[in-house]
Ligand binder design. Structure first.
Ligand SMILES: Cc1cc2nc3c(=O)[nH]c(=O)nc-3n(C[C@H](O)[C@H](O)[C@H](O)COP(=O)(O)OP(=O)(O)OC[C@H]3O[C@@H](n4cnc5c(N)ncnc54)[C@H](O)[C@@H]3O)c2cc1C
Length: 514
């Protein structure tokens, strides 16, 4: 879609196509509002494709006494596991306990009990040294007392954004990528009257009329709406991950341990056939409009932690497939140590402009509800809605003996009704897995055809994630991908060549670990 095709007047414009904006668009559309979401780059290209991919309560927040945030997050986790099977899935974690390190067995046990209490299920267990070591081969033995198992959940963050946007479109919403808001216009009284939207690549602009704008631009929120509280500002905190091939870590479950340098919890998480390992938490000193990348210091910090707890695995940075970095939208008042800063969200209101920033991927439904509640005085057309299921587009009665129940679950979770078309259009070979991953080739063609792909990186870094989880950004697969997608993308040979070069250059700059 082009901005010229957009209608001139909307009830609500949502700025930002990350998980927060997507959740707001969904709720607004279900309230019967004519709602438009604009994203200046690709959907989920901000922080929402760069998280640790956990839908979790966050034991760390519990330790910091943030009981309400943990409670809401645990409740949301349980709900999303129920409603988004195949997209949000439970994952077990093991965490070692050492006699000479904190946290000790008692404090972990207390935290896990509260965690269980919040979710109304008993889901943790302590294993003694022998059994723990069998389940977590290679873990450092010195002073090891054993360790805990507990359960959380994981997601493909960028696909969650896409799935929520698709649900919104089915409820009458509209979303456009590569179009940013450059100006918020106000009438003589100072009330919001509209926005100017600019096509990111052509520079073409369009004036849109609206009385309500929700600014869901995450780390960039203050560019549109400076904080009304002089002592509270967004503090860009960078978090980076390394991605390793699945074979590098011989554990079926996730692992979390406390980094020896600063006692922060670090995660090793099986994901999409690979393993993601992170994260860091450091002040981001560069311009936030530039692509964030992992630094050498962050790589050293992560590798030091790994080698301290898993020395015998002898994993080296040369084993890593890729890296990615994101900027947390964290509100700071006192400039505490980065990991001590609150992950709660804020809502600011200014005569038709509502800003929501902060929070977590896990709590996106709560952020959406709070933003719309604040915007309600400017939305007299809104119809009240019940607390409905988030995902309604769930295909039923699919029987296809070419694929396993697990793959069917994946496709329906990630693509909703689109799973039917993926299966209908696919030869058996298209339903085979891309080596080393849990992605099948047919997903790529489906995304290219239906998911607003402007550039190759949209497809390989966000609609599917093979740019992160295969060697060299999936370089060796580009020929097959081109053949698969050429019939469904309006690109001539020259455009394909340029896209491949651009993608590989971007991958080298932002995702390689060289
Ligand atoms: C390293 C790391 C790990 C994390 N791990 C987890 C986790 O495991 N679980 C969890 O729950 N949370 C996690 N989080 C937090 C979570 O990722 C973020 O809270 C969430 O993604 C923020 O979403 P958002 O939509 O508010 O922001 P974003 O995803 O950044 O979206 C904002 C969007 O606004 C767009 N934009 C900016 N300006 C404009 C404009 N003028 N016009 C149009 N568009 C504009 C940007 O391009 C961007 O796409 C993590 C964060 C980081 C950095």
């Amino acid at each position: 879609m082009n901005i010229a095709d957009l209608r001139d007047e909307w009830d609500l414009v949502v700025v930002g196509g990350g998980i927060t904006g997507a959740g707001i668009l969904l709720n607004a559309s279900r309230m019967g509002l004519k709602a438009l979401l604009v994203e200046r780059n690709d959907f989920a290209s901000g922080t929402s494709s760069r998280s640790s991919k956990l839908v979790h309560g966050g034991l760390r927040y519990l330790k910091e006494g943030r009981l309400y945030l943990t409670y809401i997050s645990v409740r949301e986790r349980e709900r999303l596991i129920r409603e988004a099977k195949g997209l949000v899935e439970p994952i077990g974690f093991m965490t070692p306990v050492y006699g000479n390190r904190s946290p000790g067995r008692l404090s972990l046990e207390a935290g896990l009990r509260i965690y269980d209490f919040m979710s109304h299920r008993r889901d943790h267990k302590f294993y003694g040294q022998n059994e723990f070591s069998m389940r977590v081969p290679g873990v450092k033995q010195e002073n090891l007392l054993g360790g805990f198992y507990f359960r959380d959940a994981q997601v493909d963050d960028a696909r969650l954004v896409l799935r929520v946007i698709k649900e919104a479109l089915l409820s009458g919403g509209c979303a456009i990528n590569y179009a940013g808001v450059t100006e918020i216009s106000r009438n003589a009284r100072g009330d919001v009257a509209g926005v100017v939207i600019q096509e990111s690549e052509t520079g073409e602009t369009k004036q849109i009329l609206t009385r309500a704008v929700i600014n869901a631009t995450g780390s960039w929120a203050e560019k549109i709406h400076p904080s009304p509280d002089q002592s509270l500002h967004l503090r860009p905190l960078k978090g980076s991950h390394l991605v390793f091939p699945g074979w590098a870590f011989p554990f079926p479950e996730g692992i979390t341990f406390f980094h020896p340098a600063d006692r922060r919890p670090i995660f090793i998480i099986p994901w999409e056939g690979a393993v993601i390992y992170g994260t860091t938490d450091v002040d981001h000193k560069n311009d936030i409009s530039l692509e964030p990348v992992i630094s050498n210091e962050e790589i050293s910090y992560l590798m030091d932690g790994l080698n301290a707890f898993f020395p015998s695995l002898e994993i080296s940075i040369n084993d890593a497939l890729s890296s990615y970095a994101g900027i947390r939208p964290v509100l700071s008042r006192k400039q505490l140590a980065p990991s001590k800063e609150s992950r709660e969200h804020v809502v600011w209101i200014n005569r038709g402009l509502v800003t929501i920033t902060g929070g977590k991927l896990t709590t996106f439904r709560k952020l959406a509800a709070d933003a719309l509640k604040a915007a309600m005085p400017f939305l007299p057309q809104a119809q009240p809605v019940k607390d409905e299921e988030t995902f309604k587009s769930i295909p039923e009665n699919i029987i296809d003996d070419r694929i396993s129940p697990l793959l069917l679950r994946r496709l329906t979770g990630r693509y909703g009704e689109g799973a039917k078309e993926i299966l209908k259009d696919s030869e058996a070979d298209d339903l085979s897995f891309i080596p080393g991953t849990t992605t099948v080739w047919a997903e790529i063609r489906y995304a290219a055809k239906h998911e607003a792909i402007r550039h190759l990186e949209d497809l390989l870094l966000r609609r599917v994630r093979i740019g992160l989880i295969t060697p060299g950004g999936g370089k060796e697969h580009l020929g097959r991908i081109r053949k698969l997608c050429a019939p469904v993308l309006p690109w001539d040979e020259g455009k394909w060549d340029a896209e491949i070069n651009m993608y590989l250059e971007k991958w080298r700059r932002a995702h390689s670990v060289a």
